[in-house]
Design a binder for this molecule. Structure first.
Ligand SMILES: Nc1ncnc2c1ncn2[C@@H]1O[C@H](COP(=O)(O)OP(=O)(O)OP(=O)(O)O)[C@@H](O)[C@H]1O
Ligand SMILES: Cc1ncsc1CCO
Ligand SMILES: [Mg+2]
Length: 267
């Protein structure tokens, strides 16, 4: 299937998919607003008691381990198992992978519960997940996406997942196919939760697409283009956040496709 970014955004807006997020409390508000802005319908819910019911009415599940606790992990596992059983895409954001043994242990449990459709993280997180010896600095990357190519490919083959690595250039790997998405602005790393937002948008695109590789590329491209548009009017973190949400809401499918910088290659 040919990659068609304009069509992908059009489909997202036409069906406004419900995206079930079990995410961290740092970014809940921002990612919910980003999902609404692009045209999806967010619900943030982590209670184990309703995890299976909630995912059963959603178009995609986004699991983000940013602020973990054992009770939340129960909900994550129930939701992931149900999503896998019912054929719903699962997006895993392994926030802080490699930072602490607890995070690593939880990630192992989650990956044993269900293989994610898409794993979206920064380079340190993806390298840590693949077992490359690296220390994540809290939630921030200490490596570049280019350095994580081998790790991304290994992870993709191991779990059958699409691996999306964010950075100056985003690298998306699915088996032996890869895409490079450039653009964006460095200020995006100075706002907490831009990576979490990239993962949430991947959930929205995956909910309306039969091709998770294209969904992950679409989300990365939307982030990069809207980051650049926001930076035209807002050069400081506070106003940038707002301008970024405005750009997500304002961008037309055709304009998004026109401004995006995406290159495909085989590995
Ligand atoms: N140097 C850069 N230049 C342009 N865009 C960037 C740069 N670094 C990151 N980005 C963009 O910022 C977004 C977030 O990527 P980042 O790698 O910072 O995620 P993250 O570390 O998971 O963030 P967080 O954990 O705070 O949510 C992505 O859309 C990415 O393309
Ligand atoms: C800062 C922070 N700490 C835990 S989760 C999170 C949001 C960015 O990943
Ligand atoms: Mg992150």
């Amino acid at each position: 299937m040919e990659f068609n970014l304009a069509n992908n955004l059009h489909s997202l807006r036409a069906s406004a998919p419900l995206v079930h997020n079990i995410t961290n409390y740092v970014v809940m508000n921002f990612t919910a607003n980003a999902l609404l802005a692009i045209g999806a319908s967010p619900v943030m819910s982590h209670a184990a008691e309703e995890a299976e019911d909630m995912v059963s009415i959603a178009g995609a599940l986004v699991v983000n381990i940013g602020t973990l606790s054992p009770e939340w992990v129960k909900g994550m596992k129930l939701a992931m198992r149900k999503a896998a059983q019912t054929g719903r895409p699962i997006i895993l954001d392994p926030v802080g992978a490699g930072a602490t043994p607890y995070r690593n242990a939880v990630l192992t449990e989650l990956l044993e519960t269900a293989a994610p459709t898409i794993i979206r993280g920064n380079a340190s997180e993806i390298m840590a997940l693949a077992g490359t010896n690296i220390q994540t600095k809290g939630v921030d990357s200490t490596a570049s996406s280019a350095e994580s190519m081998e790790a991304a490919k290994a992870l993709s083959l191991k779990y059958g997942s699409v691996i999306s690595v964010s950075g100056e250039t985003d690298v998306i790997v699915s088996g032996t196919q890869a895409a490079f998405v450039s653009g964006g602005v460095p200020l995006m790393t100075k706002i907490t939760g831009m990576g979490c937002t990239a993962s949430a948008l991947a959930g929205a695109f995956a909910a309306v697409s039969s091709d998770p590789f294209h969904a992950a590329v679409s989300a990365a491209a939307a982030m990069s283009v809207c980051g650049e548009l926001a930076y035209r009017s807002a050069k400081l973190p506070g106003s940038f956040q707002i301008a970024f949400l405005d750009a997500l809401a304002d961008i037309s499918p055709a304009h998004l496709a026109e401004l995006s910088k995406v290159k495909f290659t085989s590995l």
